[in-house]
Ligand binder design. Sequence first.
Ligand code: BTN
Length: 320
Amino acid sequence: MKDYIIKRLLDNVDGYVSGEELCEHSGVTRSAVWKYISSLRDEGFEIEAVAGKGYTLKNIPDVLCQAAIEHYTQNSDFWKKIIVLNMVDSTNLYLRSLCNLRASEGTAVFAACQTDGRGRRGRVWHSPDSDGIYMSMLLTPDMPYGEVPIMSLYAAVAVRNAINDVCGLPCDIKWPNDLQSNGKKLCGILCEVIGEVNNDFYCIVGIGINANHKKRSFEKDIRDIATSVMLETGQKVDRCRLAASVLDNFYKLYKGGSFSIDEYKKHCITLNKDITVIRGGTEFNAYALDITPDGGLLVKTDDGNITEVKSGEVSVRNRI
Ligand code: BTN
């Protein structure tokens, strides 16, 4: 019911919604509506009541709110199920359990905090309450199994464009799918494929955006290498708008077919740099030449060989 009220108020943001209208459409009594409104006020929603007119929404608090994300997304036909949880082990794990139930694509799950947030290469993704956007999208890509890694490049471009659209902050992509601002990490992406090569499979795209983190929100060991949208712009970001924009930007690239490797390359700071590649427990130095059409990194090793790195971690070496 609270989601319904928020949705109606957002749909009429410049006007009023009468108590009567809310009762009629939801089948609850006037006093029940009043109780829901007062509970929303307790949660920080600024709702003004004007006699003879009804309710109007003045401000929403900095919380991830299902009704607001649904209201802001322009592709609600595709994003059929948006789930917002207070706490979960990991949004990727949550969607994994839906795969067993044969869920359809277009489900997106968000959490206010994660107790077991996962990063790439078995790392932990620290997910403090009320600061970030922790989200995962469930997809069934119509592409060969081997091509699915390109989805993480779609996600990198989508989040980059969303942060630029909503916050005016242009950020860089570090191959394959980290987002950085001023050399510090702003967002990480964990793409997982569930299923087998010759069968139907799911792709779960998990995204962690450092949105309203203060410096002390980060664990001590990453404080100097991580940043947030708020730290970079000096302003708190509306997480619901940013979350909806990520969904819309991803949809455009994935279903609208507007992904281009050239756009990815335009924002990729790894290219034309001396790098160290860390792969399967070994490291080697190389020069980053290009991104291949399937999203691999083409490098020239120090002994002159040209090879494609398909997965792994790279760090840019500083020239002295
Ligand atoms: C990385 O190591 O850079 C990837 C981090 C991905 C974190 C996100 S947060 C939402 C989703 N759920 C998880 O457990 N991980 C991803």
